[in-house]
Design a protein around this ligand. Structure first.
Ligand code: COA
Length: 694
């Protein structure tokens, strides 16, 4: 059966051979039970793969009762997938033979390529693959599994439990470890693909394939780094994609780089990428899989949830978690009392948490869950249970699962069971029955939070196709500066360029003499005066900045003092004059643009001023993006409440958005833009300082 969900890498490569092969060759299959070539053949057969399996080994004879061919070229029929398990020195020859045989999909298990500096052979693999339209997974991988096709082309230790999660792992060793863990936790997977060195197939290709695979509901990726950030950024996200990206710390990033030979970009930028794409970023495996399981639930229609519990403590803990996560709890107390009173003893509470108490028992749970599931007023149900000697957690779990199935699973229901061995067995039962169940209250709340986040991501207003061109006058202005051999623009030059792009400025002027300064300063007081010299980059260090000049007289004296001071300190500096800039007050922000080696131009926004380095309250987006994304970027900083209004001053959000879009016009022609502070107040937004690096 050919898959209807064919996808392609590059122009003509197909993925059907990976996920719906009819025939598989194991190149390097061995009779030696200690070898990977034996294990893969064994797993293919033990997994019940229904198609043809061809062991390939120059010794010939039989392995596992199957006739062995000396080369793929000797196999009489077609081969859809080659699993390569020969040593590194043999891989290129094996790939050439695959090409001659017309094989279109290869999974190269072998290590010893890019990850140890052997890029030459890796490049040759890529060349053969592209020339012959072979899609290649690896090298340096565990293999791949695809449960709907009973395909276990891996040397993993166990069979997976079937489910609808596709797990893509850059690390094979980790995938092996997690295989066993998912089985223990009763987490079902539809696929596991190890990516290794990603010579050809990578994350974006598999997301693209699984986007239209009905056997996959959610995609979980373990990522160390991307090879092509901008290509990844262009990937369409149709299903929930959860990423566990490691290499957050700078030390971690180095370890990741040497592990797979790929670069881990800066963490803030990755965060931006995931947010921009609507990808959900988890911070641990249990969180990632916990979220993935939540997607077996229907999306919540609203935010009126109930907590059903037998313990006040976990009820309060869940309430706290809900509040922190933005999960609403139904507050109509008389209604709750009228509906739930009958499910509990007199001393129970209907105040949501619905506390049926330790005496509530299985029947109490069953009744309360049934009511919560049947009432339209309730959008989602948390079932919490603290293990007691009074009730068997397994019975509680069964009751919850039965009621959930009977209700037709129309709203989300998730369970937290806190206790020992019995609770663990109950958790497994629930997970087997596709009800997300956790041993911690925070995880059960997190499962709802992620459903909401995904829905929010899907519903978020999009900008459509946005492109920014630098204005012609800015291009030629910058060219002239470049020709002078300078890479840092003086402030008045940076201001001019930013003005050309549409960045709003306070009143300002560039004066070559005191007379010019005095003339320009009319109507501008109070103002700041700053030295303009190509040799002076850090103006404050030489006393080249004077703030709050309130009058013509003060301007004159401060001008003369400044010039005398700097001439003495830097006798060789070419003092072109001064910038005078009207003082503005308001909320101090920062907006900037820099170039990331992985993703290209990155725009930053945050709380600015002198504390920007200390507070690091900034967020990023990858250019180009439009006004809607700019608005989300602004809403992401911790100090967002300050923007909404603080001590009578509120931000001019439209002005800030305009700046965030305007600076993107420079993304193709300059290296860095820094506007700090970018002052915003009730009257507008103003670039109080400006810096551009070429
Ligand atoms: N075609 C077919 N079979 C060939 C061959 C060829 N061109 N060249 C050699 N073989 C056979 C060998 O004869 C051997 O079979 P045998 O046991 O009958 O002698 C078999 O292929 C394997 O070759 P061998 O030299 O024994 O290698 P090996 O099994 O010790 O190691 C790898 C091969 C691929 C497993 C090893 O090189 C490797 O890369 N290991 C790391 C894999 C890994 O960890 N991947 C990443 C996971 S995260």
């Amino acid at each position: 059966m050919k898959s209807s969900c064919s996808s392609s890498v590059g122009k003509k490569k197909s993925f059907d051979g990976f996920f719906h092969p009819q025939s598989i060759a194991v190149i390097g299959a061995s009779n030696n039970t200690t070898k990977i070539g034996f294990q893969i053949l064994h797993n293919l057969i033990a997994g019940g793969f229904p198609g043809k399996i061809y062991p390939i080994n120059p010794r010939g004879k039989e392995i596992h009762g199957k006739k062995v061919y000396k080369s793929v070229k000797d196999v009489p029929g077609d081969i859809d997938l080659a699993v390569v398990t020969v040593p590194a020195q043999q891989v290129i020859q094996a790939m050439r033979e695959c090409a001659e045989k017309g094989i279109k999909n290869a999974a190269i298990i072998t290590s010893g390529f890019g990850e140890v500096g052997n890029h030459k052979d890796e490049d040759e693999i890529k060349r053969i693959a592209d020339e012959n339209e072979i899609a290649v997974l690896g090298p340096n991988i565990l293999g791949l599994l695809y449960m709907p096709a009973k395909l276990n082309a891996s040397f993993g230790p166990v069979e997976l439990l079937p489910g609808k999660i596709a797990f893509i792992s850059q690390s094979g060793a980790l995938a092996i470890a997690l295989m066993g863990w998912t089985v223990m936790e009763k987490i079902g997977l539809s696929s596991l693909c190890s990516l290794g060195n990603k010579v050809d197939v990578d994350e974006k290709d598999l997301i693209g394939y699984f986007n239209s695979d009905p056997n996959v509901d959610v995609i979980l990726i373990y990522m160390e780094g991307l090879k092509d950030g901008r290509e990844f950024l262009a990937t369409e996200i149709r299903k929930p994609v959860i990423v566990l990206k490691v290499g957050r710390s700078s030390r971690g990033a180095k370890a990741a780089a040497s592990h797979t030979g790929s670069l881990a970009g800066s963490d803030g930028v990755y965060n931006a990428v995931f947010k921009q794409m609507g990808i959900l970023r988890a911070s641990s495996f249990s969180e990632a899989f916990g979220w993935a399981r939540a997607f077996s639930l229907p999306a919540p229609k609203g935010n009126n949830n109930v907590i059903i519990t037998n313990g006040g403590g976990i009820g309060v803990a869940a309430t706290d978690e809900c509040e922190a996560a933005g999960i609403g709890l139904l507050e109509d107390l008389p209604w709750l009392e009228s509906k739930f009173r009958s499910t509990m003893p007199d001393f129970g509470s209907t105040k949501n948490p619905i506390d049926i108490t330790g005496q509530g028992g299985v029947q109490g749970y069953r009744d309360a869950v049934k009511i919560a599931l049947s009432e339209d007023k309730i959008d989602g149900v948390f079932v919490l249970y603290c293990e007691t000697a009074m009730t068997d957690p397994l019975e509680i779990a069964k009751a919850a699962a039965e009621e959930y199935d009977a209700s037709g699973r129309k709203k989300p229901l998730a369970v937290a069971l806190v206790g020992g061995e019995d609770s663990r067995r109950a958790l497994q039962l629930l997970n087997e029955r596709k009800i997300p169940a956790y041993s911690e209250v925070k995880d059960v709340v997190s499962s709802f939070k992620i459903l909401r986040e995904w829905k929010k991501n899907q519903d978020r207003p999009r900008d459509g196709d946005v492109q920014y061109e630098p204005p012609n006058e800015a291009v030629s202005y910058i060219d002239t500066i470049r020709k002078e051999g300078r890479t840092i623009l003086m402030e008045h030059e940076a201001r001019k360029v930013l003005e050309m792009c549409g960045v709003p400025m306070p009143k300002w002027g560039f004066a070559r003499s005191l007379d010019e300064a005095k003339k320009q300063a009319e109507g501008m007081y109070p103002l700041a005066m700053k030295i303009a010299s190509p040799e002076i980059i850090h103006k404050s260090d030489v006393g080249g900045v004077v703030l709050n000049i309130g009058s013509r007289e003060e301007l004159e004296s401060k001008y003369n003092e400044m010039m005398a001071r700097i001439k003495k300190l830097m006798p060789g500096a070419n003092l072109l004059g001064v910038n005078i800039v009207q003082m503005v007050s308001g909320i101090e922000c920062i907006a900037g643009m820099s170039q990331d080696p992985q993703f290209g131009p990155v725009v930053m926004f945050g709380l600015g001023g002198v504390l920007v380095e200390a507070l690091k309250d900034v967020s990023f987006r990858i250019a180009p993006f439009g006004e809607k994304e700019a608005e989300r970027l602004m809403a992401e900083i911790k100090a967002k409440n300050i923007l909404d209004g603080f001590r009578g001053i509120h931000a001019d959000k439209a002005g800030l958005i305009k700046v965030l879009c305007a600076i993107q016009k420079l993304s193709a022609i300059v290296k860095e833009v820094d506007i700090n502070p970018l002052i915003t107040n009730n009257n507008g937004t103003f670039a109080a300082d400006a810096r551009i690096v070429l």
